[in-house]
Ligand binder design. Structure first.
Ligand code: UDP
Length: 311
C-alpha cells in the first residue's frame, strides 16, 4: 500500500514509519520538524519505498499519485511543547486535520487520526472508556492541545458521516521508549535523564497524580491493527496494567538506574489542569483488534534507560 504519514519524524511517527516499511509498504513521511527530528528517521533514508517531505501540513497538501492511507500524526504532543507552541498546536489539529481529511477524500484513501487520552481531560470517570465525553477546560493551558484534538475527532467524524471517508480514530495514552527527546519535557525522559545525570527528579505537585504507560512497540502494533479494522469511532490504545503515581515512577527510575538522585517536588502551576488520574479501558481494542500490550513497564523502562545511556 502507498501511505502518507504526517508527523513521521516524531517519536511515535518514526517507530510507526519503521513498522510500515518493514511490512513492505510504500511510505511518504511529511513533517516540518517543529518537534520531530530528521535524526529519528535518518536510518530510513535510502530504504526502498521511503520518501521524506519537509512540509507543514497546516498548508494545503498536494501529493502526486494514488494513496491507500493517510495517517495524521503531526502535532506537538508533550505538554512542554504545546505550551511553547500553542497556536501551531491548534493549527495542526484544525487546519492539518482538515487538509489531511480533504486529501484522503480526494484520493479515496483510508484515514486514521492520532488522537489522545487528553480528549478525556482531567477525567471524572476512571478508568477511561471511549464513551466518556471528558472533562476539559477549553481555556486552560492544556486546552490548546485537548481542544485541537477534540476538534480533530469531530472533523474526522464529519468527513466520515458527510463524505463517506473511511476513517479511524485512535486515542493514544502515555507512551514511552527510545527516540524520545532528552528534553522532551515528559515525565519518563525527564526522570531517566535526571537520574542518569545525578540531578534531582522533578516531580510536579505532590506526585500523587497517576499515569499508565505503554511501550512504543505495543502501541504501534495496536495502531497497525486499527488501521486495518472496519471501525470508525475512537479506540483507546494504551497499557492499563500498572497505573502508577508519578512519585512511584520517579523512585522506580532512581532504583533502576542505581542513581544517587533524589526526588524534588515542584509546583505544577505551569502545566495547568494536570489530569489527576489516567488509565485506559482497552476492552474495545482487545475485542476489536485482538490486541493486548505485551511489554511490562519494568521491561520497557529497562530498554528505554539502556537507550538513553547509549545515546
Ligand atoms: N511530570 C512530573 N515531572 C516531570 C514531567 C512530568 O512530575 O518532570 C508529571 C506531570 O505533571 C504529569 C505526569 O508526570 O502529571 C505525566 O506527564 P507527561 O508530561 O509525561 O504526560 P501527560 O500525561 O501530562 O501528557
Amino acid at each position: 500500500m502507498r501511505i502518507l504519514l504526517t508527523g513521521g519524524a516524531g517519536f511515535l511517527g518514526s517507530h510507526l514509519s519503521e513498522h510500515l516499511l518493514d511490512a513492505g509498504h510504500e511510505l511518504i513521511v511529511m513533517d516540518n520538524l517543529l518537534t520531530g527530528r530528521a535524526n529519528n528517521i535518518a536510518h530510513l533514508f535510502g530504504k526502498d519505498g521511503f520518501t521524506f517531505l519537509n512540509y507543514d501540513v497546516t498548508n494545503y497538501i498536494h501529493v502526486r499519485g494514488s494513496l491507500d492511507y493517510v495517517l495524521h500524526f503531526a502535532s506537538p504532543a508533550s505538554p512542554d511543547d504545546y505550551l511553547r507552541y500553542p497556536i501551531r498546536t491548534m493549527k495542526v489539529g484544525a487546519y492539518g486535520t482538515h487538509h489531511t481529511l480533504g486529501l484522503a477524500r480526494a484520493k479515496k484513501a483510508k484515514f486514521l487520526l492520532a488522537s489522545t487520552s487528553e480528549s478525556y481531560g482531567d477525567p471524572l470517570v476512571h478508568p477511561q472508556k471511549e464513551d466518556y465525553w471528558g472533562n476539559v477546560n477549553p481555556i486552560g493551558l492544556r486546552g490548546v492541545y485537548d481542544e485541537a484534538k477534540r476538534f480533530a475527532e469531530a472533523m474526522t467524524m464529519a468527513y466520515h458521516r458527510e463524505s463517506g471517508v473511511d476513517t479511524r480514530i485512535v486515542r493514544i495514552f502515555n507512551t514511552y521508549g527510545p527516540r524520545m527527546r532528552k528534553k522532551d519535557g515528559r515525565a519518563i525522559p525527564n526522570f531517566i535523564n535526571q537520574a542518569l545525570a545525578g540531578e534531582p527528579l522533578t516531580v510536579y505537585g505532590d506526585g500523587s497524580q497517576t499515569r499508565s504507560v505503554c511501550y512504543v512497540e505495543d502501541l504501534v502494533e495496536g495502531i497497525y491493527r486499527l488501521m486495518q479494522a472496519d471501525y470508525h469511532e475512537p479506540v483507546n490504545i494504551g497499557n492499563p496494567s500498572e497505573e502508577m503515581t508519578m512519585l512511584y515512577l520517579a523512585n522506580k527510575i532512581i532504583q533502576m538506574t542505581e542513581s544517587e538522585s533524589e526526588v524534588q517536588l515542584l509546583p505544577n502551576a505551569q502545566i495547568g489542569d494536570d489530569p489527576k488520574v489516567r488509565q485506559p479501558d482497552i476492552t474495545l481494542a482487545r475485542k476489536l483488534l485482538g490486541w493486548d500490550p505485551k511489554v511490562s513497564p519494568d521491561q520497557g523502562l529497562r530498554w528505554t534507560i539502556e537507550w538513553f545511556r547509549a545515546n
